[in-house]
Write a protein that binds this ligand. Structure first.
Ligand SMILES: [Zn+2]
Length: 286
């Protein structure tokens, strides 16, 4: 399972509320750190010497998701670029492992994320679902309501072989400069990640990452090529509990980027990985 949370800074994940932006000093991700992180590894903490970066200089959303799904650069540097035109890992799962579309499910709050997932219509179930009225009581969510509701339903009812839950509200409130609301969304994500992690069976891996970071201090609400700090991202990886032969690379062992998410997913499904920079198994030890 892959969860992406749009534009969540490493600062809030690793350090909590930014004292330059708020007096709120309550933890943001307490359940993630106590219930989820110990089951895997967290990559990208600069204070520990880790480095996870976006794979292009654009520090924007659609290019970030393209880098996660596709190996080859798409020339996609803004959110205005079109649908991915090279094979993605979803295409490989469909074609090489004979998974039909019902087993490959993508639920995204931001409809444009779908452009990055596959260039074909027959490969996966890719949707921007609407929420049922009053299905979710957590008022932290707005655009995420449908994806969260249907994502939890997919986990309990349909159990696809691959599920991507793509969440957006973090980025939306950050762009509005509303730090308190951004923190409220992140705290909802904290509870959601703990719930998802607890629901996964022993055969399922969990990867959580973000499409880009954000700026420092008074640039916190922004990201993009004009905000170099927003090129730093992070990733969490939990291997399947019953995959005793697999191990994760040390977070400080080398520099990672968005493509490592793809290589990790391919390796977990037993696909040989390809890389323009040489053989890679992503966050999994070769
Ligand atoms: Zn984004």
């Amino acid at each position: 399972m892959l969860v992406t949370v749009d534009g969540v800074r490493w600062q809030e994940l690793f350090e909590g509320p930014d004292p330059l932006l708020t007096r709120d000093d309550a933890p943001i991700f307490p359940r993630f750190w106590s219930e989820v992180a110990p089951l895997g590894r967290v990559y990208g903490d600069p204070t520990e010497g880790h480095e996870v970066r976006v794979a292009t200089s654009s520090n924007a959303s659609l290019p970030g998701y393209m880098s996660i799904y596709a190996e080859e650069p798409q020339g996609c540097l803004t959110n205005a670029c079109g649908r991915v035109s090279v094979p993605t890992f979803l295409d490989r799962l469909h074609d090489e492992l004979s998974m039909d579309a019902s087993q490959l499910e993508v639920l995204v709050a931001w409809s444009k994320l779908a452009l990055a997932t596959t260039g074909r219509d027959d490969v996966a179930l890719v949707r921007t679902p609407e929420a049922d009225a009053a299905a979710l009581s957590d008022d932290a969510y707005e655009f995420d309501r449908g994806a969260v509701q249907h994502g939890l339903e997919a986990l309990s009812a349909r159990r696809p072989r691959f599920l991507h839950l793509g969440l957006l509200d973090s980025d939306r409130y950050a762009h509005q400069g509303d730090y308190a609301r951004y923190l409220k969304v992140l705290r909802a994500y904290d509870a959601l990640l703990a719930e998802i992690s607890a629901r996964l069976d022993s055969k399922t891996a969990l990867i959580v990452t973000t499409d880009h970071g954000r700026g420092l201090w008074d640039q916190w609400s922004e990201h993009g090529p004009q905000v170099p700090a927003s090129g730093r991202v992070w990733a969490y990886v939990k291997l399947p509990a019953d995959a005793k032969s697999l191990a994760l690379v040390e977070p400080g062992a080398r520099r990672f980027d968005h493509h490592d998410v793809r290589y990790t997913i391919e390796t977990l499904f037993g696909l040989s990985t390809t890389s323009t920079s040489g053989f890679s198994t992503g966050f999994i030890a070769p």
